[in-house]
Design a protein around this ligand. Structure first.
Ligand SMILES: [Zn+2]
Length: 150
């Protein structure tokens, strides 16, 4: 069983967000190695579903040539996964989610997590059971959106 959450993994994603100005997510394998990183590319790709988490899941599944990720794979994200991404977690067979920031600290942006990740995962338990760790390293990233508004 993996020992999550990992400060090392989340630190890497948070640093990428501060440097790259995009939410970042990673898929982590059973050895706690990052196998795929995604960032939000909605406007660059004209794809409203190209969220960081979706991009990371797509890359990981493409890499492993599978539509269901193996046991003990986790998703790390710098922001609470929205309903779209939370659904993708259920469909991809990811066993656990760790996220940092949440919509309390989104500044003037719309509330992407209009259905909480926790609610989505609880409602989807018949599809796949997913563990959830919320607000991990929140203090490292919660100022991001409010700082960029100025
Ligand atoms: Zn999303």
């Amino acid at each position: 069983m993996c020992q999550h959450p990992s400060t090392k993994i989340m630190t890497e994603l948070i640093q990428k967000q501060w440097a790259d100005h995009s939410i970042h997510a990673a898929i982590v394998n059973e050895k706690s190695e990052i196998i795929a990183i995604g960032k939000t590319t909605v406007s660059q790709t004209n794809d409203p579903t190209a969220h960081a988490e979706i991009n990371a899941i797509r890359s990981a599944c493409e890499l492993l040539k599978t539509d269901t990720l193996p046991p003990d794979y986790w998703l790390y994200s710098t922001f609470e996964p929205c309903p779209l991404c939370s659904s993708a977690v259920l469909w991809s067979g990811i066993d656990g989610v760790v996220y940092a920031n949440d919509p309390r600290f989104r500044g003037s942006l719309p509330d992407w997590s209009f259905i909480k990740c926790r609610t989505m995962l609880e409602q989807g338990v018949d599809i796949h059971q997913v563990k959830l760790i919320e607000n991990f390293m929140l203090d490292e990233i919660k100022d991001y959106f409010t700082r960029h508004e100025k």
